[in-house]
Design a protein around this ligand. Structure first.
Ligand code: LMR
Length: 328
């Protein structure tokens, strides 16, 4: 395994990332798309690797490939199934090829806040979702939080009518396509790594994302402003392949899963604060943040929420009910 990994790493010119791996250690490669130190996912991934490398030294070795340096999210799940990486944490919007059940998370205004998301994920209904792709060879290990999405464009967005005719980048999710069509926008699915350039060059006019991505990838610099809509959630599923997990000896698998669960709990509790820090960083850097009155926000609810009807068969009324029960 180590030799195969080294060959791949040399081909990618990433040999320095392997310095920490000793012969005989189980190599755990984790590819993701964000920064490493100011982002809920990046910080969690960095901490996970630190703890695995310290506490499982001699047994396992984790290497992180952040910032889409190894794979985009649309490629990483194939890479996982082929054994080229062992861990990934794409947003829940990016599993569409494998399951339609995660559409529950993309339905606009499904969750009041990240606390409701957390409670739903921890419930029996939420936990069944971890196993929903086993048939396809993918095992969910943990939900990692990011936070609530905001809207941005190259013009001020106050009323949904302001979005009429604008081109919006969306993640690879048909729900998000439908949501942008509902506000009269022209949605375009696009990899995260391409968004800044597309906004800068006017390939798209706007996008939706969490504060930590809007700051982390500097989208605010090429947008008129960010409107605080909190209209949807962007969270992650930490995934591995069923085959790889099955191949592990218990003395590697058990401590690894224990560390993962501890890191999940610790960092999920901080995701809101990390996003608020990114929101402030946008303002400090001269970015414009617009807040909505309750009436103004309600107009977005009225236009976006009917999208649920298109997807309720995919997710099931029971799931919707379960999700909604955590909003009170
Ligand atoms: C996006 O594509 O906008 C996000 O899923 C990126 C991320 O991983 O937060």
């Amino acid at each position: 395994l180590l030799r195969a990994t080294l060959t791949l790493s040399m081909a990618l010119g990433a040999t320095s990332a392997f310095a920490a791996c000793d012969e005989g250690e189980t190599v755990i490669k984790f590819s993701h798309v964000t920064n490493t130190d100011k982002h809920p996912k990046g910080i969690a991934a960095t901490l996970l690797a630190k703890r695995v490398n310290e506490e499982m030294n001699g047994k396992a070795c984790m290497e992180i490939f952040p910032n889409s340096t190894l794979y985009d999210d649309n490629k990483v799940l194939e890479a996982l199934l082929q054994g080229d990486v062992q861990l990934a944490a794409p947003s829940l919007s990016k599993f569409e090829k494998f399951t339609k059940q995660f559409r529950i998370f993309d339905l606009p205004f499904m969750f009041k806040d990240i606390v409701a998301v957390d409670a739903f994920q921890a419930s029996d209904a939420g936990q069944t979702l971890l196993d929903s792709m086993q048939r396809r060879g993918i095992q969910g290990l943990a939900f990692w939080h990011n936070g609530m999405k905001q809207m941005s464009a190259n013009v001020p967005l106050i009323s949904p009518a302001d979005a009429n005719g604008l081109k919006f980048r969306v993640m690879s999710s048909d729900v998000l396509v439908a949501q942008m069509k509902a506000i009269g926008g022209a949605p375009q699915k696009m990899a995260f790594s391409e968004v800044y350039g597309a906004l800068q060059q006017g390939v798209v006019d706007g996008q939706e994302n969490v504060w930590s991505n809007i700051y982390g990838k500097k989208f605010f610099e090429v947008q008129d402003g960010i409107t605080e809509t909190n209209h949807g959630v962007l969270d992650y599923l930490v995934v591995t392949s069923v085959d790889w997990l099955d191949s592990l000896d218990a003395d590697v698998r058990d401590p690894f899963l224990k560390i993962l669960n501890e890191v999940t709990e610790l960092r999920n509790a901080e995701s809101f604060a990390v996003n608020q820090a990114n929101r402030q960083a946008i303002i400090d850097a001269g970015g414009k943040v617009r807040t909505l009155t309750p009436e103004e926000r309600q107009a977005w609810v009225d236009v976006m929420k009917p999208v649920w009807d298109q997807f309720s068969d995919d997710v099931g009324q029971d799931m919707i009910k379960a999700a909604q029960s955590f909003n009170s």
